[in-house]
Every structure is written in structure tokens, then in C-alpha cells.
Ligand binder design. Sequence first.
Ligand code: 5GP
Ligand code: ZN
Length: 113
Amino acid sequence: MSDCLFCRIIRGEIPSRKVYEDDYTFAFEDINPQAPTHILIVPKKHIRGLKEAVAEDADVIGRSQLVAAHLARERSIEDGYRTVVNVGPRAGQSVFHLHLHLIGGRSLHWPPG
Ligand code: 5GP
Ligand code: ZN
């Protein structure tokens, strides 16, 4: 989508600190990190959010989780990390292009706020 922030980051029109890319996903450092590791893993296909995803998106959603596991291993945070999808404004979704947060490198509390 031409005016979507994350589509523009994927296209390189807006700079980001990229940490991973493959044919299906793009991952970069969150601009406002909530933990020592805070990476956003984004399907290259524009999907508005999890509740708008359809069956054909299952592959890239699963791939995003595996990219998170790969990056967590690379960052040596496998003793405790979290992958999070905020769905809808009341859960804190502020960018309407599906993305997975990878958060770790500190103790994480439960339940989340
Ligand atoms: P949400 O709140 O939608 O779940 O997550 C959006 C995330 O995108 C937030 O954690 C926010 O800090 C991050 N973000 C917003 N704008 C930018 C940007 O221009 N660059 C980067 N790297 N992250 C951004
Ligand atoms: Zn988009």
C-alpha cells in the first residue's frame, strides 16, 4: 500500500535498522524499544492486522514466528522472550500493517499490561 508506514519501510523509502529479510518477511529494530531486544517482524504482503488475515496468510504468519525464534537464538535471549501481536486500537495496535513484536533481553512479567 503506497501510504502505509511499514510498506514504505519495506520498500526502503523510510530508513530502518534492518536485522533480517527474506522473500516473505522483513524485520527491523523498533524505533521506541520496550526491552533490550525489540524487533518488529513484518510480512512483506500488506495485511491490515491479524483479524483481517485470511487462510492464505497462514504461511507468512507462521514464517514470522520462525523468524522471531531465529533472531532470539541469534541474540542469545532464549532464556525468555515474547512474540506479541497487538490486535486493534484497544490492545495498542497503532500501525495497521500486521507485525510481530519480538521482545526480550530482560525479565518479562505476566500478565502483560
Ligand atoms: P503496534 O503499537 O501497532 O503494535 O506497534 C507499532 C510499533 O511500531 C511500535 O512499537 C512503534 O514504536 C513502532 N514504530 C512506529 N513507527 C516506527 C518507525 O517509523 N520506525 C520503526 N522502526 N518503528 C516504528
Ligand atoms: Zn503496509
